[in-house]
Write a protein that binds this ligand. Structure first.
Ligand SMILES: C[S@@+](CC[C@H](N)C(=O)[O-])C[C@H]1O[C@@H](n2cnc3c(N)ncnc32)[C@H](O)[C@@H]1O
Length: 216
């Protein structure tokens, strides 16, 4: 199943949808707090970092800003996003950008990393794929490597979901049909099932959550 051909909706195949997100994302409440929490948990030494669903490279650039000696790979399936990322990283030979659909197995050619990050991207895959992707991330990490996933997670109830939408200035009619949200507890369980240790939710505001785990 690919994002482009699946019967379910993934609006991110549409360049205009992606561009609209880029123009609006700074207005998402507490988004900056989530990224601050992500930066706070970065390992002291990072050699190679992978950013899944990198978009315009926002999270990858933050990580490289904090760990300038690292090199990075950004993966996304949306060409318009990758073009924005290429602009952002112009002439930065630490960065490689790869077009890949996260609904498909991660390519072996990516190599091995000591840090895998993702911000607000993996929840566009089906829950089954999120679970298998966590296992693939584990396989891509060096022993001791970290997975840091700033994610959009499910509310436990419809009422809380609608409160979340209200808090970000949206109504249920304007909910993103691409979202395949999963609650924090099963997500943490899938990390443990994949073999990770220290799986935890270290920051959360309503449906925005920072999930972290380490490969033993
Ligand atoms: C909400 S944006 C987040 C972008 C960026 N990580 C950020 O935090 O600003 C979601 C990103 O996931 C990407 N995405 C969605 N579904 C994908 C898929 N199946 N494969 C690869 N990328 C996907 C979109 O193209 C988009 O760049």
């Amino acid at each position: 199943m690919t994002g482009a051909t699946a019967s379910r909706v993934n609006r991110w195949v549409d360049a205009a949808w992606a561009e609209r997100f880029l123009s609006e994302r700074d207005e998402i409440p507490h988004r900056a707090d989530g990224f601050a929490a992500l930066l706070e948990v970065l390992p002291e030494r990072v050699g190679r970092v992978l950013d899944l669903g990198t978009g315009d490279g926002f999270a990858l650039s933050m990580v490289l800003g904090e760990r300038p000696g690292a090199s990075g790979v950004g993966v996304d399936f949306q060409p318009a996003m990758l073009a924005r990322a290429a602009e952002r990283f112009d002439r930065d030979d630490r960065v490689e950008l790869i077009e890949h659909d996260l609904d498909l197995r991660l390519p072996d050619s990516l190599g091995i990393f000591d840090l895998v990050v993702s911000s607000f991207a993996i929840h566009h895959c089906s829950p089954d794929r999120q679970r298998s992707l966590y296992a693939e991330v584990y396989d891509l990490l060096e022993p001791g490597g970290m997975f840091v996933n700033l994610e959009h997670v499910a509310s436990p109830t419809r009422a809380l979901h609608e409160e979340f939408l209200g808090a970000i200035g949206k109504t249920p009619e304007h909910d993103d049909p691409s979202n395949q949200l999963v609650e924090v507890v099963p997500l943490l369980g899938w990390l443990v099932e994949a073999g990770f240790t220290d799986a935890d939710c270290l920051w959360k505001w309503r449906e925005l959550a920072l999930l972290t785990a380490r490969r033993p």
